[in-house]
Design a protein. Sequence first.
Lengths: 399, 170
Amino acid sequence: MSSLPVIAAVGCTKIASEHRDCNARDLLADALLDMLADAGMAGLDAVEHGLASYESDHFNMQMTMGAILHDSIGMMPKPGLRVEGGGATGALALRTAWAHIQSGLCDSILVYGVEKNGRGLSSRTANQLFALSADVDWETAIGGTYTGFYAAMMRAHMAKYGTREEQFAHVAARNRGNAAFNPIAQRPMDISIDDVLRSCPVAEPYKLLDCSLLSDGAACILLASEAWARAHVPAYQSRPAVYFTGTGCGTDTMRLGDRYPHITNFRAKQQAAQAAYAMAGIRDPLRELDVAEVYDSYSGVEIQAVEDLGWVAQGAGGQAVAAGAFDLDGALPVNPSGGLLGRGAPVGATGILQALEIAQQLWGVADARRQVNNAKRGLTDTHAGIASISVVNIFERRD
Amino acid sequence: MSDKVSSLIDITERDESVDDMWGGFRQIERIRLELSQRYYYSLGRQSRFFIELANQRFFASACDGCEKVYAPPRPLCPACLRPCDWRELSGEGSLETWSALYFSPGTNADVAALEPPYVLAYALLDGADTLFPHLLRAEAASLQRGMRLRVAYNEGPVSHPIHLMYFAPA
């Protein structure tokens, strides 16, 4: 009964620093109604399974929120579950949904991600809660922060390969510029590399504009077997089929220091990419991919990622990025949505928003100013922590 | 759950110029909630590391099977899945990488007392195979990869026993 899943429909809210007028349930409602409009469906009666994707119990002051979300959109008594994997949550949720379809456990599954990470907590409380996602015994207790861990990694990358601040500033400026062409983006900005370099230091070498955003938002993707989508989703026939052709996952130690001497790059991402490429039948990813959403939690992370995803040699990412290889008019456009830096990053929804962007790119319905011409294959790269969990998902249009 | 009563912060109106389907839901109430948590938290089999810091001694753990030395210590060698042995190190080592942090997360009282920018350092301690993360009390501008460091100790009291130590230039 195994069947390669297709993306049957997508929907989301606008991504914002705060949706003051919405709690998590309200955000999900808006994303779901957007998805039903996209699908041309009147409701969820035919959908067989739910899958909730959110990171933090603390931010919502609510445990078992998955059950509440499932309830709020009337999915009872159908099966449901919650998936959590830090920053990779949304991508891991899609990977889990892929397995549900492939195994024959169901023919349709609604993956819904939501997060209220914006201004619903004092910044002091938010910082303390985020610090709990590092190793509390050894990293959190000393005052370590993820910005600091990423920064120490980037310093090692700079020392080993000569990567420069203006190279990762290129990513910060470009992704925020791309966000201007994305109506759901949180923080489009028209800024220069100098603006990034002059922004205030946060954790050297990272400055304010090198850092991604805290966001409120929600996104939904309906994954289904091809036959189910044809039978139940009116919009499915009117656009090219987008298949979910590959998924890979890799892991690494929680603490950066335990990876010594390999502290410049993401081993988990290399593993995830190779697994996803093998599954999707991709041998030469730089040539065979047309568009990608890369996890730019910090600007330099995109440089490390283009190396670990196998698009350039280890250490060559800075030069390739600065030369424009991953700009909208480059060899492989990366983060046309604006990425985490420009579109925003409601954690549990982030991986789903990345896949939503790829689906719209492959359908050819993105804003013309960010639409990649005739895109046929797209990739999402999403990770948790400093890539203690990494997930790569691949989607392909088949006309 | 909450040791205070919730308190009303404000009631606002959604923008009436937005003509959406939620016209009947324009009033939004926002309240303040407090949740404080106290843990009686076991440091488990890592405990001896923290206990010995009070004696100004620095312990790693070593695996008999693969001979890897873990600092921070791991009770279980993840490669061999067998218990490690404690191994005392000199506490001297070299700076591998670092970052100067301009915002403190205020995780505990010792962290909240740090004056930014403070330095998060990763040191390769002599005899260890992993990097140990801790605060380095030195001017960020003076740091160089490979420079010699040492574990320094203080008497406390501290908010978390990891703060019985820090790194200092050797």
